[in-house]
Design a protein around this ligand. Structure first.
Ligand code: ATP
Length: 314
């Protein structure tokens, strides 16, 4: 399956919530949408869901702009986990899921394994009105996947989940991705949480997709330096001079005392050099370090975090 958004604009009255967004989504892709409050993430998700229609531009599914009948068919294969959901508090968890199964054309048999991971039987038999925030969020997720969707849209899916719940959620998602290869789009404010889990990241700002790509592509686009930590044996080994002559910026130089950059190496006389360099110089710098390998105990190269990229691009 392929979904293509071309020059999509969504206006609420005079206000432009989505401004000229172009986006290609393919089966097996997991897009993480990040951006500040009000940047248009939910609106974009609702456009892809077919709940909202573009004011300008179009959305194609497998190369076709859908007519109302085809939209209906498409929506039958979509799973949506909204940011906020209302359940009937008097129904039990299992009754709620049966109800969603009936209206969405799915069955709790489709998600039996997932239910076993997310709930105990006792909880599923309790009334939803007694559920904690995290339990409601688990139920919200379960209803989103009850129809074994081809397109799964998750609006801040882990808000309210505890760390075990978050881990379980991503394990379930990666199982679904492997088995069914749907298109998955999720929005989140927690950059560190999604950075190793999504295939593509879209950064939204003022209704526009300010940056879109794999994490590697975004790292490159942000032009942020790579960080290099060199652990060496002695103070005066000339490594610093050598790096400076290669144009490396030395940020900090310290002995490996408490609070130093790495906890993995504990030697008292180790010296840690913290440097930053442009990624184009990576191979040149690494080959310089290899020449000095007698003095060097270890080195660590770190990419910037998604959070640094996010702020670097904003
Ligand atoms: P958050 O991170 O806070 O959930 P978001 O990135 O999901 O925000 P949206 O909910 O898509 O942002 O809202 C984008 C902009 O559109 C906001 O300025 C919002 O106030 C506006 N907006 C959203 N829905 C409507 C609506 N129904 N009518 C008018 N304006 C709206």
């Amino acid at each position: 399956m392929k979904i293509t958004l071309t020059d999509v604009v969504k206006k609420y009255g005079e206000f432009t919530a989505i401004n000229s967004v172009n986006l290609d989504l393919n089966s097996g892709q997991m897009l993480g949408l990040v951006g500040p409050n009000g940047s248009g993430k939910t609106t974009l998700l609702k456009l892809i869901l077919g709940i909202l229609k573009p004011t300008i531009g179009n959305i194609q599914v497998d190369g076709q702009v859908l007519d109302p009948i085809k939209w209906k068919e498409y929506k039958g294969g979509v799973g949506y986990m909204p940011e906020r959901v209302s359940f009937y508090d008097n129904l039990t968890g299992i009754e709620t899921l049966k109800f969603f199964g009936q209206i969405k054309g799915g069955s709790i048999d489709n998600i039996k394994d997932v239910l076993d991971r997310l709930f105990t039987k006792e909880i599923l038999d309790k009334k939803v009105g007694s559920y904690s925030k995290g339990m409601r969020q688990r139920l919200n997720f379960a209803q989103a996947i009850i129809n074994d969707p081809n397109v799964l849209i998750l609006d801040e899916p882990t808000s309210g989940l505890d760390p075990i719940g978050i881990k379980e959620f991503y394990e379930i998602i990666s199982g679904i991705l492997e088995r069914k290869r749907p298109i998955i789009i999720l929005s989140s404010h927690i950059l560190a949480e999604i950075e190793d889990r999504v295939t593509t990241v879209g950064i939204m700002k003022d209704g526009q997709l300010q940056a879109l790509g794999t994490l590697n592509e975004l790292y490159k686009k942000s032009e942020l330096p790579l960080k290099l930590y060199i652990i060496s044996k002695s103070e005066n080994n000339g490594i610093m001079d050598m790096l400076i002559s290669e144009g490396v910026k030395i940020v900090m130089s310290t002995k490996n005392e408490a609070g130093a950059v790495t906890q993995t190496l504990q030697g008292v006389n180790e010296r840690i050099l913290h440097c930053e360099f442009h990624r184009d110089n990576k191979m040149k710098i690494l080959s310089c370090l290899m020449e000095r390998k007698i003095d060097i105990i270890d080195f660590i190269v770190r990419e910037p975090s998604l959070e640094e990229v996010f702020f670097g691009l904003n």
